[in-house]
Design a protein around this ligand. Structure first.
Ligand code: NAD
Ligand code: UDP
Length: 336
């Protein structure tokens, strides 16, 4: 079956492409390379030992999306990753985020063929500063902490609208917690074009010598060691959740379906715990210092995960140590 993967040369999309091919799917990758590099394509071809179908398209341009679906009538599933994802940049340039993330989703939902299963990359940011931990899916959308978070909430609303208006829409919105780590080959991983804003790539770049010091944003939160708590999930576990989701949608007998599912481990880990676990599992020192809180940061966010387990039969297999070692393996290989 042909699965369209938008943003398929990015961090998460590229790992999902590997899993799709391993699970017998054919893929069509669309990306505008705004936050990825064309070299990822040949690395994916190396890992999968397959020539892959790639088209450079900006999904924000309506005519390009319309034309793509007109010419490609063989799409049997869609996994929609393409979006801008930097929280900090979204605060500085909100319009860029609203335009890119909303237009891409509007265009896909408008021109995608009827009945084709649709999996969306959402985020735990939709919950805002949820008071109750672990966060379950019945927690309503909170106050968005950033324009990026707002785009995820609005995209979920657009998907909901599509579901209510259509006779046969089948979709799953996966609300990721914090994906980290890399494929075991070390050929693909998280490689943002600009200075990383996320903890994991920043930390590995410090250890690898590309950056001097990791600033831990605040140690005066109401948590066990004062640093923020997150739910870090191995990228290969996250990728596997997409396969389960697309398989589920392809096989269900009902004509209409929509679910919102948390994808995390259910384990809350503080920033300092992550740093210490990295040091212990790799034997390397992380040069860090404690800095001020980062505006917009949420104190705690970790997932309740039983809904994904119950519906998709998915649960994470990897540990935090596995994820940290794989992230370091990727950084080491990219330094060569
Ligand atoms: P990424 O930036 O590595 O990948 C996104 C890809 O989409 C990039 O290759 C980029 O070039 C492409 N893209 C962006 N806008 C496009 C457009 N208009 N047309 C075509 N291609 C476009 O990001 P990622 O970490 O792989 O994230 C993938 C998805 O998961 C995003 O929707 C993101 O918001 C969501 N998500 C990510 C995280 C995370 O921590 N990485 C957490 C929650 C949700
Ligand atoms: N963080 C940090 N230093 C950094 C980057 C992130 O201390 O250079 C912290 C951040 O405050 C948060 C955690 O690491 O508590 C995860 O941040 P990330 O940006 O990776 O994910 P998100 O905040 O979106 O959950």
């Amino acid at each position: 079956m042909n699965i369209l993967v938008t943003g398929g040369l990015g961090y998460i999309g590229s790992h999902v492409v590997v899993c799709l091919v391993e699970n017998g799917y054919d893929v069509i990758i669309l990306d505008n390379l705004s936050n990825s590099d064309i070299s990822v394509l040949s690395k994916l071809e190396k890992i999968t030992n397959r020539k892959l179908n790639f088209k450079e398209i900006d999904l924000g341009i309506e005519d390009h999306v319309k034309d793509f679906f007109k010419k490609n009538t063989n799409i049997e599933g869609i996994i929609h990753f393409a979006a801008l994802k930097s929280v900090g940049e979204s605060v500085r340039k909100p319009n860029k985020y609203f335009q890119n993330n909303l237009n891409a989703t509007i265009n896909i939902l408008k021109y995608m063929p009827e009945k084709v299963p649709f999996v969306f990359s959402s985020s735990c940011t939709v919950y805002g500063s949820a008071m109750k931990q672990p966060i379950n899916e019945s927690t309503p959308h909170g106050i968005a902490e950033s324009p990026y978070g707002k785009t995820k909430q609005l995209c979920e609303k657009l998907i909901n609208k599509k579901f209510f208006e259509s006779k046969n829409f089948k979709g799953i919105s996966l609300r990721y917690f914090n994906p980290i780590g890399a494929h075991q080959s070390g050929l693909i991983g998280e490689n943002p074009k600009n200075i990383p804003e996320n903890l994991m790539p920043y930390l590995t770049q410090v250890v690898g010598g590309r950056r001097k010091v990791l600033t831990i944003f605040g140690d005066d939160y109401d948590t066990k060691d004062g640093t923020c708590i997150r739910d870090y999930i191995h990228i290969m576990d996250l990728a596997e959740a997409h396969i389960k989701a697309i398989d589920y949608l392809i096989n269900i007998k009902v004509t209409k379906f929509l679910e919102f599912l948390n994808i995390g481990t259910g384990i809350g880990v503080s920033v300092l715990e992550l740093v210490k676990t990295f040091e212990k599992s790799t034997g390397l020192k992380v040069n860090y210092s404690i800095g001020k809180r980062r505006p917009g940061d949420i104190e705690k966010a970790y997932a309740q995960t039983n809904k994904a387990k119950q519906i998709l039969g998915w649960k994470p297999k990897y540990t935090l140590t596995n994820a940290l070692k794989s992230a370091w393996n990727w950084e080491k290989k990219s330094l060569i």
